[in-house]
Design a binder for this molecule. Structure first.
Ligand SMILES: Cc1cc2nc3c(=O)[nH]c(=O)nc-3n(C[C@H](O)[C@H](O)[C@H](O)COP(=O)(O)OP(=O)(O)OC[C@H]3O[C@@H](n4cnc5c(N)ncnc54)[C@H](O)[C@@H]3O)c2cc1C
Length: 434
């Protein structure tokens, strides 16, 4: 096989979307996707609990951008070009209808990520993209004539004149090194979207308990979120915790993942409101024990633990509940403090905060401002979203723009037979027709 004129390093969703967008826009371009692993699209396979949360039903670019703790403002322009509406259309046109769940998340109607994987691999193959597995790129050098020389792990080399780095989050391995070797700098990579580890032995009894609305915050920081929480065998998770970990990723990293976590179990009530709620509950349940008549809407297992932490006997009758006890319980319900001892390592969805500095990339084209003909897409950039399909959407958007831009860029080469810029970008329907 002759060397490609376009090489894409990374066979994840961003790399595949770029390869397809480029091939569909410029059918004569020779495009190769190089993946170091034994399978393509590994994260897509395991994503969304095996169902792949492809994107989110949020169609206004500015509102959508608010779901990205890092990279939101840089993405507003790109979202005008390719947003969840285009993602929906693109997958429908390529034979994969998506469905919207009540919370706005979009999944394939088949409810399996294998459908997305099959669609991307078949579409890329059909578009003539050359797909190569077990092809780790170890080094890249710029040739004097402007081409890139890629050094593979098996000592082979490959030359290309347009290069896309879509190597994913750069917390480990060579991903960051390839970008820095070409002159780029990285925002320090740290994890985002993780659960918190707690050291309480009683967690074993409370695993699985969830509360629909809790305010969680970290004292002496601006970090505060409100939403559902879930207790697990090792700590605390759920949407409110994941959002806190995303917005606070760099701060929590600086704290070494050891910090006090404040929980307000009644975020919509003042202390006076909770006091009244307690008094009414006391009057209605005077003959019952505190433990067997939990204060709504708290689940009984959690309620019992909060009573124990307040030092109240579980068998105390509500009629014997004193004013002094009421004050202690109020403080507990409004300001529970649990010490976080680390981040959960078995959390099944996390992304990288940090990566290639966004001011070094032109977001109209995804081309490097430092190294011409080098492009970026996906999580390698300093972009990360909340849970809900936002991370894949960033991969589809940046991949699509990078792919189209590489096609345009190739078409401008002097010796090229490729279509013109106007043919490629003007009036294009991003959902799939060229
Ligand atoms: C368990 C889990 C579940 C998730 N679920 C969802 C979800 O439902 N919805 C959502 O929006 N997001 C989800 N995410 C996040 C999402 O998977 C990522 O944001 C997304 O995969 C990033 O795409 P990418 O193409 O940039 O990187 P990746 O998917 O990481 O792909 C990069 C590829 O590059 C390859 N590579 C790296 N270095 C080299 C090299 N030197 N040479 C060759 N190849 C290389 C890697 O092997 C990898 O295959 C989930 C993440 C995890 C971990």
């Amino acid at each position: 096989m002759s060397d490609p004129n376009i090489a894409i390093v990374g066979g994840g969703p961003a790399g595949f979307f770029a390869a397809i967008a480029c091939a569909e826009a410029s059918p004569r371009a020779r495009i190769t996707v190089l993946e170091k692993g034994p399978r393509f699209l590994d994260k897509v396979r395991i994503s969304g609990g095996g169902r792949c949360n492809v994107t989110h039903a949020c169609f206004d670019p500015r509102t959508l951008a608010d779901h990205y703790p890092r990279g939101g403002s840089a993405l507003i322009g790109p979202f005008h070009q390719f947003n969840p509406n285009h993602t929906l259309g693109w997958f429908a046109k390529h034979g994969v209808p998506l469905k919207t769940e009540s919370d706005g998340r979009l999944f394939p109607v088949t409810d399996t990520s294998a459908t997305i994987v099959r669609c991307l691999i078949e579409t890329a193959t059909h578009a003539g993209v050359n797909l190569r597995l077990q092809s780790a790129i170890e080094n890249i050098t710029r040739q004097s004539h402007g081409a890139f020389l890629l050094q593979l792990s098996n000592n082979r080399t490959l030359e290309c004149d347009r290069l896309l780095l879509a190597t994913g989050g750069c917390r480990s391995g060579s991903a960051g090194h390839l970008a820095t070797s070409l002159g780029h700098t990285l925002k320090p990579p740290v994890p985002s979207l993780f659960a918190f580890r707690l050291g309480f032995s009683w967690l074993q009894d409370l695993a699985g308990v969830s509360v629909p609305r809790v305010a969680v915050s970290v004292p002496n920081t601006d970090l505060c979120e409100c939403g559902p929480i879930l207790l697990t065998h090792s700590g605390i998770s759920g949407p409110a915790i994941l959002r806190l970990s995303a917005w606070g990723a760099p701060i929590l990293n600086e704290l070494g993942y050891r910090f006090p976590l404040r929980l307000n179990w009644f975020p919509d009530l003042t202390e006076a409101d909770i006091a009244r709620h307690l008094d009414t509950h006391r009057q209605q349940n005077g003959a019952r024990q505190l433990a067997t008549a939990p204060l709504p809407p708290l689940p009984s297992r959690l309620w019992r633990q909060l009573l124990t932490d307040t030092g109240l006997p579980l068998d105390l009758r509500w009629a014997q509940f004193t004013r002094a006890s009421r004050q202690n319980l109020l403080t507990q319900l409004h300001h529970t403090q649990w010490n976080v001892e680390g981040r959960s390592l078995n959390q099944d969805e996390f992304v990288t905060c940090g990566g290639v500095n966004l001011n070094e990339v032109n977001f109209k084209t995804m081309e490097s401002r430092i190294c011409p003909r080098l492009f970026f897409a996906g999580e390698l950039l300093d972009i990360d979203g909340l849970t809900g399909g936002f991370n894949f959407q960033a991969a589809w958007t940046t991949g699509w723009i990078a792919g189209r831009s590489m096609a345009i860029s190739v078409s401008r080469s002097p010796a090229s037979n490729h279509p013109s810029h106007e043919d490629l970008f003007q009036g294009v329907d991003p959902s799939g027709t060229v």
